[in-house]
Structures are given as structure tokens and as C-alpha cells.
Design a protein around this ligand. Structure first.
Ligand code: HEM
Length: 398
């Protein structure tokens, strides 16, 4: 989908630092009926237009008896705005500094000590543990063992993504999915709810209880955060580490830079390697857009995040080269569209950037740290996302 033209930059005419672009280009196939955005400006106007509704292909619009009790990602309009305002307090810079930062540091230290004791480890497993621990703190899934929580979330989410064409296979897959979801509910969600019924805490589950959510609705919201916050951050940490392992100058800049410079590097990597490659929106009625023109009712937009993030109008020259100074020069947001835009823009963006920075800053200071095996890259159709698996890192054993 993204135009794969060569850069017009005179200095880096053929430079292309992207690792996931080739895989994505071969796998991103919007349905013919969809209208695909091609530029940054088009993507922005679609994502910022309140008349275009969130839609996830393959999943029917969420139906609940009470529309205020559906997961945040499926809400739109005023209900969505109110929900986002209510959960905003869990994602403020103050919440990160006073509550989550200590969790990020403690968890990173623990995971890296374990790695050093073994002389290495699977980077994607380590990054998933970290992503689960941080997101679980925000959600309030803190009354069960964290290592078990990570594996239960992994199998529950994976079983939800299994695509089968034969009805019997579908039935079996659905039964398996429900078993995993039930196990996750009994071991992790139910104890967290019980603890918060006794005493509310400063987290999402406590907020949902105040709002009168049922146990099932809370389980579904927990799964939303798991998919939105845990799976994404796992991939991002591995992708950022892969770039830094392979680019000595960038790594030195990361290790010697201040926090702002480290964020600039991470955001620039995320611009080039967005986790969600495509977002979707639906026009319920006829509308007119300044860039895209008249849009008939029932149009589905496929918002091509990769194309938006490499549109020279927005990025300046050499859009396929890593340049941590780009956003400052272009007076834009460093991650461009990688966290979305408009009403549904990722509330966890700063959390993800902070935990990745905290972890990688420690990882790359571990004595003898090296990448023993590059990750295998595969594609997740349902999330239009790359997945990085089996990256092996090694270090001096303590
Ligand atoms: C590198 C990591 C991450 C990436 C790339 C990412 C990306 C995104 C994107 C693109 C969206 C917009 C979806 C849309 O418009 O359809 C989104 C929404 C969301 N993200 Fe993230 N995310 C990340 C981390 C997190 C974290 C750490 C959390 C929470 C702990 C989180 C929670 C959410 C939630 C709840 C939504 C739905 C918001 C809404 O619909 O209003 N994300 N994310």
C-alpha cells in the first residue's frame, strides 16, 4: 500500500533504514471497497473527523445493552469523549513520574538481573513481561502473579486471533478462546475486582467499578488494554533495540543523550516502523472532507499509517532514513501517526515511550550486551502489524 519510491534526498538518495517495510508492503491488502489514504494530510483529516467512526474489520460494531459499558476503543462521539476524559488521569505525566516510573525501573532491573544470571535471554519474552507489568499496573491487574499473568494474556490474545475457515475448526477455536478467557478471568481479573470492591485504587478497574461495569464488561476492557498496550509495546521495544544494536552511531547518541534526545530517537524509529500499519474508519452518512472530497455514506477508510509517516510533505527529505532531529526541524510530533490521531489517539503513548526508554537505557549498559540472533519477522493480519520473535540477546554472566 505505501508507495515504495526512492528518496529524493541528495545526501541519502538510496538510504532506507526500515526493517518492516518490505514485509508490510507484501501483506497490507485493503479490501477493494475501502478508500485508502495516501498522505499525512489525508490520514490526519480522516482521523480527526468526528463524523467518521472507529471500525475494526472483521469485528461487528460492539453491541451492549448499555452503550456506556462498551470498551473505550469501540465508543464514539460524546460518550467516548467523556470516557477518555475520565481515564486521562491514569496517563498524565504526573502519574508516569510518581507511580509508573518506579514500576518500570524495578521491573527492568529485575528482568535484566535475571538475564545477566543466565548470560542472555529472549528479548521479546523480556519485553512482553515488562509491557504486561506496566499496563497491568495502570489497569489494576495486580492481584495475581505477573509471570503467569503474562502467559495467560499471551494465550488468550493469541487464541482470539486464530482464523479458521471450516465451521468445526471455528467452533473448536471459539471454545479454546473461551477457556483461555475464563482462565484469565478466574486467575487475574476476578481477584483484582474483589480487591477493588473492598478498597478502590487509582486504576482503570476501580474506575470501571465506580461506573457500574459488570464483571464481563471489565474482562473485555482488560483484554482491550492487553491488546492495545501490551502487544504493541512488546514489538516496539524489540524493534527499537534491533535498530540500536545495528547502528553504532545511533546507539552512542542514545547512550550519551539526555531524556529528550532518547525520546527523539525512539519516536523516529517508531515513525519508520509503526506497529499498527492501518487504522479504519467508517462514514455512517454522506460527508465532505477538504482533502478527500465528497464521501458517500458507508465508505470505509483504510488509513495507511506507513504512507502518512513517510510523506515528504510532512517528514521533509529522506523520509526512509532515521533522523532523530527530523521532528524538531519539521515542528511536528516525533512519532507522526504511529499512535494514531484525533479522538482515539493512543492514551498510552507517553507510557510506552517512557518504559521503552527506561528499559533500553539499562539494557545497553549491561556489560557484554550483544544481539546473538536477529528476530524473525512475521505478519499479524488481524492487527496489520509486524511481530518480532526469537530475538536472542547475550551478555556477560554474573
Ligand atoms: C508502542 C506502543 C503503542 C502503540 C504503537 C500504540 C498505538 C495505538 C494506536 C495507533 C491507537 C489508535 C487506534 C485507533 O485510532 O483506531 C491506540 C489506541 C489505544 N491505546 Fe495504544 N499504543 C501503544 C501503547 C499503549 C499503552 C502502553 C497503552 C495502555 C497501557 C495503550 C492503550 C490504548 C488504548 C486504551 C487505546 C484506545 C483509545 C481510544 O479508542 O480512545 N496503548 N494505540
Amino acid at each position: 500500500m505505501a508507495p515504495e519510491g526512492s528518496s529524493t534526498c541528495p545526501l541519502h538518495a538510496s538510504r532506507d533504514d526500515r526493517k518492516s517495510a518490505r514485509l508490510a508492503a507484501g501483506r497490507m491488502a485493503p479490501e477493494p471497497r475501502m478508500r485508502v489514504t495516501e498522505t499525512f494530510a489525508q490520514a490526519r483529516e480522516v482521523l480527526r473527523n468526528g463524523a467518521l467512526k472507529e471500525v475494526i474489520p472483521g469485528i461487528d460494531r460492539f453491541k451492549a445493552e448499555d452503550p456506556t459499558k462498551v470498551p473505550v476503543i469501540f465508543l464514539d462521539g460524546e460518550i467516548h469523549r467523556r470516557r477518555r476524559a475520565a481515564i486521562a488521569r491514569f496517563f498524565t505525566p504526573k502519574a508516569i513520574a510518581t507511580r509508573y516510573r518506579a514500576v518500570m525501573e524495578e521491573c527492568s532491573n529485575r528482568l535484566l538481573h535475571q538475564m545477566q544470571a543466565k548470560g542472555g535471554g529472549h528479548l521479546d519474552r523480556i519485553s512482553f513481561q515488562l509491557a504486561v507489568t506496566v499496563a497491568a499496573t495502570i489497569v489494576g491487574l495486580t492481584n495475581s502473579d505477573q509471570a503467569g499473568l503474562a502467559s495467560r494474556i499471551k494465550v488468550t490474545l493469541a487464541s482470539g486471533l486464530v482464523q479458521k475457515s471450516h465451521w468445526a475448526a471455528k467452533l473448536v477455536a471459539e471454545l479454546i478462546r473461551r477457556c483461555h478467557a475464563l482462565n484469565f478471568f478466574i486467575r487475574d481479573v476476578r481477584p483484582a475486582i474483589a480487591a477493588r470492591r473492598k478498597q478502590r485504587q487509582e486504576d482503570v478497574i476501580s474506575h470501571l467499578l465506580d461506573e457500574g461495569y459488570s464483571d464481563t464488561a471489565i474482562l473485555i476492557e482488560c483484554m482491550t488494554y492487553a491488546a492495545a498496550g501490551m502487544m504493541t509495546t512488546r514489538e516496539f521495544i524489540v524493534m527499537a533495540a534491533w535498530h540500536l544494536f545495528g547502528n553504532e552511531a545511533l546507539l552512542q547518541r542514545f547512550l550519551t543523550g539526555d531524556e529528550a534526545d532518547q525520546f527523539a530517537i525512539l519516536e523516529e524509529i517508531l515513525r519508520l516502523e509503526p506497529i499498527a500499519s492501518v487504522l479504519h474508519r467508517h462514514a455512517d452518512e454522506d460527508i465532505e472532507l477538504p482533502e478527500a472530497g465528497p464521501i458517500p455514506a458507508d465508505t470505509v477508510f483504510a488509513i495507511d499509517i506507513r504512507a502518512a509517516n513517510t510523506d515528504e510533505e510532512a517528514t521533509g527529505p529522506c523520509p526512509y532514513a532515521i533522523d532523530p532531529d527530523r521532528a524538531k526541524q519539521m515542528k511536528g510530533i516525533g512519532s507522526f501517526m504511529s499512535f494514531g490521531d484525533g479522538a482515539h489517539r493512543c492514551p498510552g503513548a507517553q507510557v510506552a515511550l517512557h518504559e521503552t526508554r527506561v528499559f533500553l537505557d539499562r539494557l545497553f549498559r549491561v556489560p557484554g550486551i550483544r544481539l546473538e540472533r536477529e528476530p524473525d519477522m512475521r505478519w499479524c493480519e488481524e492487527l496489520t502489524s509486524y511481530e518480532l520473535r526469537n530475538a536472542m540477546i547475550a551478555c556477560d554472566r554474573t
